[in-house]
Design a protein around this ligand. Sequence first.
Ligand code: NAD
Length: 477
Amino acid sequence: MTIYPDLQLYIAGAWRKSTQTLPVLNPADESVIGRLPVASRADLDDALAAAVEGHRVWSRTAPSRRAEIILKAASLMRERVEDIAYSITLEHGKPIAQARLEVQRGCEFFEWDAAEGLRAYGRVIPSSPDIRYIVLHQPIGTVAAFSPWNFPMSQPARKIAGALGAGCSIILKASEETPAGAIHIARAFHDAGLPPGVLNLVFGVPADISSYLIPQAPIRLVAFTGSTMVGKHLSELAARNVKPVLMELGGHAPVIVCDDVDPVAAAALSVARKARNAGQVCTSPTRFFVHKKLYATFVEAFAERARTIALGNGLDAATQMGPVANHRRIEALDALVSDARDKGARLLAGGVRKEGAGYFFPLTVAADLPDDARAMHEEPFGPLALINPVDSLDDAIEKANALPFGLAAYAFTHSARNAHHLSERIEAGNLSINTLEASVAETPFGGVKESGYGREGGVEGLHHYMTVKSISHRMMI
Ligand code: NAD
């Protein structure tokens, strides 16, 4: 039988409780499903000391042995997919099928980074015969990582996979609202034989933990996924202590629909992707710029499909979209929708929170939004799609690039010329053409402009968790 796990801190290879706890809610009915342990200063000090020892041991463990342990943990998580998916749906709300896919995706991150750790090659630079120049890639040290609530398992997996694959130890503060995904990961690593202190998991008040941990000497990298506002704050804290950062921040993804595609097919794909995770994804397709020739058909097809999306409890197999994860999203969506309506946008689907318990907000479609509508420049981070017409590809690219964000961007076109033009000119870390998948384990993922700094995944992902050492070795003095 699947049950929501007992929430504890994981420090120095052991589970521990806390005297101070916070409630964890089920967003589908607002009931309390668990008590989050809040780490004390003493817990954080213990985690730091454990991570120093963990780094000493792990960085000196052969990469092949490190890969073996990471792969073992990933295979345990695959075996436990039903338990993990159940916990995710309970604390986050997403449909159970999406939670299962999330677990698989998290495992793929571990599997990829375990293998990449084996290929973290340095190089020998050609030189005169009496001296040798060598470049070594070494694990950067202990990582302080902060993962958000939208993907309770795959977001912590990204950070832990990068750190452990590179040979670093990590102190992860996972989300206080969706903590169980990280608990399941720590359990799998514990069972796989990870040495104590390599992975430490803490919870608590985010600002208290980040302001205490980041300045500490053993912390050598700060990795964060979340809002641009918090990312800026943590980057400042890190800069004051001369520490590098890996920042995966907000997005406001444009989708350009060119005049050479089937608008109904493009709308069908778009609605399904917009509904995923109730739109609470930094790469969620949000600003649709549709060529005027196809506009009316696209808008109609999009709105019609959006109205059919079944909203409900994620544990119900018929549910296509669950509740949003917390009350803040309801407030943000209410504000953006009423602002858009007041400024003259056409509301074609959804727009009003479902009455009763739970944070249910339907898939909402707005069209013909003026540039000054707040939703056109503030990330909705929820099930809100915005559709506007454009005159040409140039017009669409200009609008797509107009915001300070640059994480994911999408386009539908069968023209090689359009695709080339988009590849050259779109300001985003990730461009997907004729697919709305923005990141997989084997490709680098990250943003430009205020969407962040650094990449996770791909061959680039591990580099942020490593430092480069140049060695000049003359054979004789
Ligand atoms: P928020 O800005 O309060 O928090 C965002 C995340 O940062 C949370 O996980 C939170 O625990 C963490 N956080 C907040 N203050 C922190 C601090 N001082 N130190 C360390 N961590 C801290 O916003 P929110 O209401 O939780 O989420 C809404 C916004 O966050 C969205 O609009 C979206 O832009 C962003 N977000 C982005 C992602 C992503 O995948 N990039 C994920 C979740 C949230």
